[in-house]
Every structure is written in structure tokens, then in C-alpha cells.
Design a protein. Structure first.
Length: 563
């Protein structure tokens, strides 16, 4: 017995002394987040890494993942004054200090900014922290602090009638996407990109509040993105590809808890015959579980195939094992006895194909939202409740020895419904009639930041060299067109399609310990908030009155200081 206990103790101590790294690059990190993916197009990093499950964990050979460029002064080194290590194997260091600011001149615009909120005026996010490691245990504490002026702007209630307002609430009573987060300034602290993990070889298990990104998209992801603040979750994930006889695998499985914003769709809210249109949402906490897995077949280098799935429910509906792990019933039928599905589900299939010889990649993600049909109907009507993300990138090295190149990126996201009956039945992506917060956390979308019923097309042309990037970005953003067809279906008023056309300059630049990032974008909104320009009404009626237009100037600037 004594020998057994001694042997067990020896094994535990041996495992605890293993040198295991689980330092990650947070989703959305300026310059760093896309650097390794660009290297893969040049054939200069692990070809089996899919980049479809993030945060990304660089190779443990890198002592300092925040200095990945070999041309940098601090490449693969640690400053002794900001890191520590003792003889027992305990080590730690300071994480980068990040400050991001944003100004919208006229109305909210932008997404994929984590804990920041959609707001007019000045807004800033500050993050910093520490990382510690002992054997297989790692602790990352990187909280975030957000301040937003949250100034008043013309929202949907400003120039609309009661009937149209009631239809607005038909949609936004079933999703937690407030137009404005209260009537004053907004201040909030978050756990941010924090985690505590046990890491062994290619696997990591722990508790985390980090932002997640699932799928191959760059501007949009159907199921997990950094549009909303990170949520508390247990995670079991790979930190590098797991090689097998048929290829390599990566993935993540989570269970977590989502939070509500606590704000109404409009502030103050609209009424109809003196009755409030807002129906308060349930306060029961929401349980979410999901997974993503990708496979790189060894027979086709550069090809990645994968899938994602998520399901959320109210805690009061949890009971059987199937309610906690609902992934073994891909289609859930409803009946007369239970006309509403008490679970909010969505799933997607994706592929990414990298051609290092051509310095290019192509990717596609196809998703299904709350499908309650049979398998037969799903095969007959694949466009029922569908959404997709499609993208193409090409890096063209310049004729020089300094590693510079021109990157051209194209991406399209389509969330708008194609079935009129589904639109009139209010079955939009991320909207749910039972779980009435929809697919959100703290008032922002967990998936594509453009929101339900929206479409987006992006063109980006950039000069890149190492961590440095200077580029032009052009976008067309069609706001919730499902709402347009639901509200204006009878009159088919083409002036009501709310479309944002934007063009901007953006860049990232590293110098010594600093990474600077900036963006200057002009946004021209056509048919803003789906309403007509009342200032141009004529005696003959509204037929010749154009849709309202707005111009918004967005300025972003930030710096990251790496210790």
C-alpha cells in the first residue's frame, strides 16, 4: 500500500513538473491575431493548423508569443524585469497593456470589438494582466474595463408610427439587442481574457471567460465571434493539432452561462394605445453548450473540414442528460402538445483550403438555424433557415527581399432568410420566440456581429510586412432585411432597405515594445432606420419622399505595450 501511494505521488509530481505551455493570442488582438494565419499562406508556419478554433495557441517553442516576428528586437525573449521564475518550476510574466478607443460621430457602427458596446461618441477599452504557470497549471488574469459616452442619437423610435413600431417589437422582443445601453454614460468591468487551465500535451481543460471564434471566417462567424463580451465557460480544447493515422484534428467543447443586458430594445420604449410594447424577458439564467471540430485529411494537404454546433436553454428546462448534452438529436420535431421548441440550436459545416504555393486560401461556412424539420425536409429545402460565410484571400509577395506583400481579401456573409413564410413567422437567425434573449450575451450577438436578417460584403486590400499592415476597406452592410419584408411586405417600398456603404483606411504598426493600430472610416447610411425623410414630405403624399440618409465618421485608435 505504501509503495502504491509513493508511486502515485511520484507520478503526480512528475506530471506537475512537465513544461507545458498554454499561452494564447486573444481573439481580436491587433496585428497578432492574423499574423500566424498570413504566415501559413507563405508556408512559414504549421500547415496542419486550421485557425478555425480560437483563441490561437502558438507553438510552445515560442517563449514570448507576443513577439512572434523574428525581425523584432524582443523576438522569443523575456524582459527579466517583467517576468519571474523560481527553482520549483513556477514562472510568470506581465501580459500586454492594451488601450483601444473609438468614436462614432452620428450613430453606432461596428462589431467584433468584444466588451465595447454599440454607441455614439467616445468609447475606450483598457486591458492588462498577468500570466502564471506551474507544471500543467496555468492562470491567466486579464480583466477589461470599458467606458462609453453612449450619447443620444436618432434611433428607430424617432420617426416612425405606432403600427411599424409594434412590428419592430415583434422582432426585438425576442432577442436581446438594445439600440442603446441606457440613457447615460456606460461603465463596466469584465473578467476579460482570463482563464485557469490544466494542460497536458495537446489538450487543455479549465474555466475561462475568453472570447471564442469558431469557423474559418475573418469578418464574420456564424456561431462564435468576439462581437459580445466573453462569457463564463468550462472548456476542453486542443492547443495544437492532434495527429492521427488519417490526419490531424482540432476542436473545442464548452458549457457555459450567458448573461442578459438588462436594457429594453429602445430607451425609452414605445407604446401602442398607451400600452407598452416591450414584453419583459425572463430573468432565468441561460445555459449554453457547444463544440467545434476540424479535420485535416493527410491525403489533401491544406484542406480543412469541420463542423460547429451550439444549443442554449433556460436553466429551469435542464433535467435529463440530453438537456445538458443535446448534440445527439440533430433535428428536434415540435408537436401540437409542444408547439414551441424549448431549445435554441444552430449548427454549421465549414471548409478551408490553403494553397501555400499560390499564397492563397478559400473558405466557406454553411449554417442552419433552429431547424425543427425532419432530415428529409432538410435535404429537400437546404435553404430553409440557412446562412453562410464565403471568403477568399490572396497574398502577392512583392519583388523584394524584405518580406512585404499585397493582401487582397473578399468575404460575404448572408443571414437574410429566403423563405417568405419563415420571415412572416419571425424565424430569423439568432431570434427565438421561447428563449427571448436570442443568441446573445450581455446585449450583443454571439455570432455574426451584423445581427439577424443582415447581409455583408467586404473587400480589403492591404500592404503587409510581418506584423505591419496598411490597408483600404470597403463594405456594404444591409441591415436586418427580414424585418423589412416582415414590416413592409404589403407595400414593397424599396426606399426602406437600410444599407450602409463604407470606405476606410486602417493599419497596424509595430515599433519596439509597441503595436499601434488605427482606422478612419466614413459610413454613408441609405434609408437609415428603415424610415423616410420626413423633412422632404410633399403635399401629394409620401410617394416621392426619399429614405432618410445619415453620414457617420468612425475613428479608431489603439496601442498595445508588450513587456
Amino acid at each position: 500500500m505504501i509503495l502504491r501511494k509513493s508511486a502515485l505521488l511520484l507520478i503526480i509530481l512528475t506530471i506537475a513538473k512537465l513544461t507545458v505551455s498554454a499561452q494564447s493570442i486573444p481573439v481580436g488582438s491587433p496585428a497578432l491575431d492574423d499574423y500566424f494565419r498570413r504566415l501559413q499562406l507563405l508556408g512559414q508556419t504549421d500547415s496542419s493548423a486550421s485557425f478555425t478554433s480560437r483563441p490561437f495557441f502558438p507553438s510552445p517553442r515560442n517563449k514570448n508569443v507576443f513577439y512572434p516576428d523574428s525581425t523584432e528586437k524582443g523576438y522569443n525573449k523575456r524582459d527579466a524585469s517583467t517576468s519571474w521564475q523560481n527553482k520549483d518550476g513556477f514562472s510568470g510574466y506581465l501580459l500586454p497593456l492594451g488601450i483601444q478607443t473609438q468614436i462614432n460621430s452620428d450613430h453606432p457602427y461596428g462589431w467584433n470589438d468584444g466588451a465595447m458596446i454599440p454607441a455614439k461618441g467616445f468609447q475606450t477599452l483598457i486591458s492588462a494582466g498577468v500570466y502564471a504557470k506551474y507544471g500543467i497549471l496555468t492562470i491567466q488574469f486579464r480583466p477589461e474595463f470599458v467606458y462609453a459616452a453612449n450619447s443620444f442619437f436618432d434611433d428607430f423610435k424617432s420617426k416612425t408610427n405606432a403600427v411599424i413600431g409594434a412590428r419592430y417589437y415583434d422582432v426585438y422582443n425576442n432577442i436581446d439587442l438594445p439600440a442603446r445601453f441606457g440613457t447615460g454614460s456606460y461603465t463596466k468591468a469584465f473578467w476579460g481574457q482570463s482563464s485557469i487551465r490544466l494542460n497536458y500535451k495537446a489538450f487543455s481543460f479549465g474555466l475561462s471567460t475568453e472570447n471564442l471564434w469558431w469557423g474559418p471566417g475573418i469578418r464574420s462567424s456564424l456561431l462564435m465571434s468576439n462581437d459580445a463580451p466573453g462569457f463564463k465557460h468550462f472548456t476542453l480544447n486542443t492547443t495544437r493539432p492532434v495527429k492521427t493515422a488519417i490526419g490531424s484534428f482540432e476542436g473545442q467543447f464548452i458549457i457555459g452561462q450567458l448573461e442578459n443586458s438588462g436594457y429594453e430594445p429602445l430607451t425609452p420604449g414605445l407604446t401602442y394605445f398607451n400600452n407598452p410594447l416591450y414584453v419583459p424577458k425572463p430573468t432565468d439564467w441561460r445555459y449554453i453548450t457547444g463544440f467545434t471540430v476540424s479535420w485535416q485529411p493527410k491525403w489533401v494537404p491544406g484542406l480543412f473540414l469541420g463542423m460547429t454546433r451550439s444549443a442554449q436553454s433556460y436553466s429551469k428546462d435542464l433535467g435529463s442528460l440530453g438537456s445538458y448534452l443535446p448534440f445527439f438529436s440533430p433535428f428536434k420535431s415540435v408537436s401540437a402538445a409542444q408547439p414551441i421548441n424549448q431549445r435554441d440550436t444552430r449548427s454549421s459545416l465549414f471548409t478551408r483550403w490553403v494553397w501555400p504555393e499560390e499564397h492563397a486560401e478559400i473558405y466557406f461556412e454553411y449554417g442552419i438555424d433552429n431547424n425543427t424539420n425532419t432530415v428529409r425536409n432538410a435535404l429537400l429545402q437546404p435553404n430553409d433557415g440557412r446562412a453562410y460565410v464565403f471568403g477568399l484571400r490572396k497574398l502577392m509577395p512583392l519583388n523584394s527581399d524584405n518580406g512585404a506583400g499585397i493582401m487582397v481579401s473578399i468575404e460575404a456573409t448572408q443571414l437574410g432568410e429566403t423563405n417568405t413564410n419563415k420571415i412572416l413567422g419571425l424565424t430569423e437567425w439568432y431570434v427565438n420566440p421561447y428563449i427571448r434573449q436570442g443568441y446573445t450575451n450581455m446585449g450583443q450577438s454571439l455570432g455574426a456581429g451584423i445581427g439577424p436578417g443582415a447581409n455583408l460584403q467586404t473587400l480589403d486590400v492591404s500592404w503587409v510586412k510581418g506584423l505591419k499592415r496598411l490597408g483600404l476597406q470597403f463594405e456594404r452592410y444591409l441591415h436586418n432585411d427580414d424585418f423589412y419584408y416582415y414590416t413592409f411586405n404589403d407595400i414593397q417600398d424599396w426606399r426602406r432597405h437600410w444599407v450602409d456603404l463604407s470606405a476606410g483606411l486602417n493599419g497596424e504598426w509595430n515599433y519596439d515594445n509597441f503595436i499601434f493600430n488605427a482606422k478612419l472610416m466614413g459610413v454613408y447610411s441609405l434609408d437609415y432606420q428603415w424610415y423616410l425623410d420626413s423633412s422632404k414630405e410633399v403635399p401629394g403624399g409620401t410617394y416621392y419622399v426619399p429614405g432618410a440618409t445619415k453620414f457617420n465618421l468612425q475613428v479608431q485608435a489603439g496601442l498595445t505595450y508588450r513587456f
